[in-house]
Each structure stands twice: as C-alpha cells, then as structure tokens.
Design a protein around this ligand. Structure first.
Ligand SMILES: [Ca+2]
Ligand SMILES: [Ca+2]
Length: 472
C-alpha cells in the first residue's frame, strides 16, 4: 500500500468571488492541501479504525482502509490581509482578497501583507511562508523575510502579481493550507483619458532668484558661467503634455496659425508667436507625429496618459497657446527643477538618480532592452517630484523651452530668454529622456539644443503661464 501517492491526498479548492465593481483587478483562490490525511504515519496520529466504526472521512472509506479520524484535527486557515499605506499598527491591514481598496497599487509603491489573522482550529501554533511572483514568474524579495507574519514588497511594474500564503500546523497532522490571490498593479492614475484632473493640473512656482547653470568644476561647458537669474511667479504644468491632451488640441484646432505675439511671456518682449510660423494645419501635425511614432496612436487608445513626443518646438508652442499658456523659459524651467534657491542638483534633491525617481535608461520595465513599456504614463515615479510638485522634470521626455540654444554670457537674467534665433534654429530642451542612460542628463542645470523643426520620440514639453494678479 503506497500511502504517500498523490491520490491519497484530499484537495479542496474554493474560489472567492470579489465584490461587484472591483472584481476586475483581484482574484482570490484558497487551496487546502491535507497531506496524508488517512494512513501515512498512522501510528503517530490520533486514529480510529473505520472498519465497522463508520465514522471515517469519505476519502478513506471509499478505499476501504483503516484510517485516521481527521475530523478531530482540521487544517489551518490562511487569511491574507493587506495595506497600501504604511500600517499604523499591527492591526491596520484593512484590505483582503475579498475587500480590495478602491485604487490599485502603482509601480514602485509598497504593498504590506499580513498573515496575522491566520489560525489553526485546534489552536495549534502555525508557521507561515509567503511568496510573490510577478507576471513573468519571477519571485520578488520580501521584507523582512518570507517566513514573517507581516511582510512587504514593492511591485516594480504594471502587471499581475501572484501572492501566495502557506500556513503550516505545528504538531498534530502538520497540515498545510494555502491561500492565493492576484493583485493587479496599474499605472499612476493620472486619468486614463490623459486630460482630466490631475493630468492637466498646474503647480505654482513662487518667484525668486537663484543661480542658474553650473559652477566651474561642475557639469558641461554650456552650463557655465553660473549666473544669477530671477523669475516672476508663474504656473507650470504638473505633468508633461499627454497624448490625450494633445489629441484634444488636434481635434479642435482648425486654423493654421495664431495672432502675432500670441503666447508671449508678459515680461519678455518679442517672445510671442510670429506669423511667419503660421501654415501648419492640424492634419499636417497629425501626419508628422504619425510618421515619427512615440506614444501617439491614430485613435484613442491605451496611451492617452503617456507623454506626447514627436512634437516640433513650433507644434509645442501652438499647443500651449491653444491652452491659453506659453512655453516656459529656460530660466523658469531650471528654477522649478532646482527648487529655486534650494539649488537642487536634481528636481527631488541631491541624491543620485534611481529608477524610483526618474524614467530613464530604458529601464522602467526592468529589462535592459528598450520597449514601449519604458515610457509609462506621466507621473509614474512620484518620488521624483520637484519642490513645487512637478513630476517627470527629470526623465520621461526632454522638454522644449522657449529659449534659443546658445551660450551663457554670465550676465544676470531678470525674466530673460534668449530669442536671438541662430541659423540652425536650435531651441533648448531640458531634463533627459526615457532612453538616455546618462544620469548626468537628469541634472537641473543640464541643457541641450536642437533644430526646432525636428520631431523626435524622446522630445516632448509642458506649458507655463504667468498668473493674472487676481489669480496670484
Ligand atoms: Ca527596458
Ligand atoms: Ca521630462
């Protein structure tokens, strides 16, 4: 008699149905596995001979064996609870596979798991073991260790994560029970349409003076000399302009130009639209972007909240005018990224770049090769927010600014912009991009310039405006 064969095991599985309306993102299954519930090691277990006794469990009785009386030792009961914020105490785990939170967790967040409600019906001690696998089957590391009753992990990417809790009876039949559920991690909930709040939000930047550029022993030659720059209070888009926002512009923009001087910085003369730039229609812009690619799709799709690249400087300027805004000056952009007089090396501070703080180096999806998944929806790395709340200033896409690309003179800048167009029509863009793997490009003072007419998948933008006195 082979008492250890799999068919001697009693298995039961139950699907736990998530409550209506939120079931799309969580699926739970509890599996109970009773090892050798009948005969294995029978001498060491409390037992009752079923021959003539008539009280054996069905699985044993069908085989006509003498068997253990398993009803006196029920399997342990695994219970998973979880929390998406730092728990206040050991009981602060409000969610369960059948009680999901309203919002799914986001990449780079922390998920806190608790097995503390698990128990054994007979009150025996239990031990637990967790494992968490991502959608590729890779095991995630658990803090502090997989055998702890309370653990946490950080999902790196959008996708499904299989969470398994195994509970083992200490003593008795040493029965093992398992509970499993699938947690779906979604992109940062900047609205799926790409323009509803918070996607179109602005963050206010108080005016002030800071040192623009880099010191003599820092950065690249075009960042020097360092010089004083003053900016008046302004508002700047919290996020890079999304596909959804740009689509609304293309759908509504019927003209092929703007009034002379539209979109000017009110304190910088000659900074507005020039009629010589008229002529490009919505259909022209659509064609240009479609040829270039990036996150753009011809029809509304899954990429509405991803940043729009492949825009020329002129198209970016046109969009900002259409939204009642303008392009930020280079000094304004750097002021926001530097945290003003905090003189931050990076928007988040002076700590070196990491994938938690900036989308760069084609590593957002955790894989070395570059793919669409390396350019996520805007705001996907909230830990990289600047002092004034702007997201993705460093990384994601380069951002066009108003200024012509040129060298610094060392003169103090008082709401200034370089408007002296050069033969190459190069305009400045800032902040690095999702592909470029040089973390130096993510510095607040790093500057680069290229032909304003030339679209590229790695170049996008955000808009700014000067508040009216009543709005300040
Ligand atoms: Ca990659
Ligand atoms: Ca950026």
């Amino acid at each position: 008699m082979d008492t250890g064969s799999p068919d001697r095991r009693l298995k039961r599985a139950a699907k736990i149905q998530p409550p209506g309306g939120s079931g799309f993102w969580v699926h739970a299954m509890a599996t109970l596995v009773l090892f050798d519930g009948c005969l294995s090691d029978i001498a060491s277990k409390p037992s009752l001979d079923c021959v003539g006794g008539g009280t054996c469990d069905a699985g044993c009785a069908q085989q006509g064996d003498a068997c253990a009386q398993v009803t006196v030792d029920l399997p342990p009961v695994p219970r998973i609870r979880f929390q998406l914020q730092t728990p206040r105490d050991d009981g602060d785990y409000p969610y369960a596979p059948t009680i999901p939170p309203l919002d799914a967790p986001t990449p780079r967040s922390t998920v806190y798991l608790s097995a503390a409600d698990s128990s054994d019906p007979e009150g025996k001690a239990i031990s637990v073991f967790w494992n968490v696998q991502d959608s590729t089957g890779r095991y995630l590391s658990l803090d502090p260790n997989p055998g702890a009753f309370r653990v946490s992990f950080s999902p790196s990417f959008v996708g499904s994560y299989a969470i398994t809790l195994e509970v083992l009876e200490q003593g008795g039949l040493r029965q093992i029970a398992q509970a499993m559920f699938t947690l779906v991690v979604l992109a940062h909930p900047c609205a799926a349409d790409g323009y509803s709040p918070p996607c179109s939000d602005e963050s206010a930047v108080p005016g002030g003076t800071f040192m623009a550029g880099s010191a003599d022993d820092m950065g690249f030659a075009n960042e020097r000399p360092r010089h004083s720059a003053t900016v008046a209070p302004f508002l700047m888009d919290k996020y890079e302009v999304t596909v959804g926002r740009f689509r609304r512009f293309l759908d509504a923009y019927a003209d092929a130009g703007f009034a002379e001087g539209a979109g000017a910085h009110p304190l910088i003369s000659g900074s507005g639209w020039q009629s010589a730039w008229d002529g490009e229609r919505s259909s022209d812009i659509r064609f240009s972007i479609s040829e270039c690619g990036g996150a753009w799709t011809p029809d509304v799709g899954d990429s509405e909240a991803r940043p729009i690249g492949c825009v020329t400087w002129y198209q970016a300027f046109a969009f900002c005018i259409w939204e009642g805004k303008r392009l930020p000056t280079e000094a304004e952009w750097e002021y926001a990224a530097s945290g003003g007089d905090e003189q931050r090396t990076y928007p988040w501070g002076n700590d070196p770049p990491s994938q938690e703080r900036a989308v760069y180096g084609c590593l957002f999806d955790g894989l070395m090769q570059c793919s669409d998944a390396d350019l996520p929806p805007v705001g996907s790395v909230p830990a990289g927010a600047g002092r004034f709340g702007h997201l993705d200033l460093a990384g994601s896409l380069w951002e066009w600014t108003l200024d012509v690309s040129g060298t610094y003179t060392g003169e103090a800048c008082d709401n200034c912009a370089n408007l002296a167009v050069a033969a190459d029509e190069a305009r400045v863009f800032r902040g690095g991009d999702f592909k470029f793997d040089d973390p130096s490009s993510l510095r607040s003072a790093f500057r680069y310039g290229f032909d304003a007419k030339f679209p590229d998948q790695v170049r996008g933008f955000r808009c700014a405006r000067t508040p009216t006195p009543s709005a300040q």
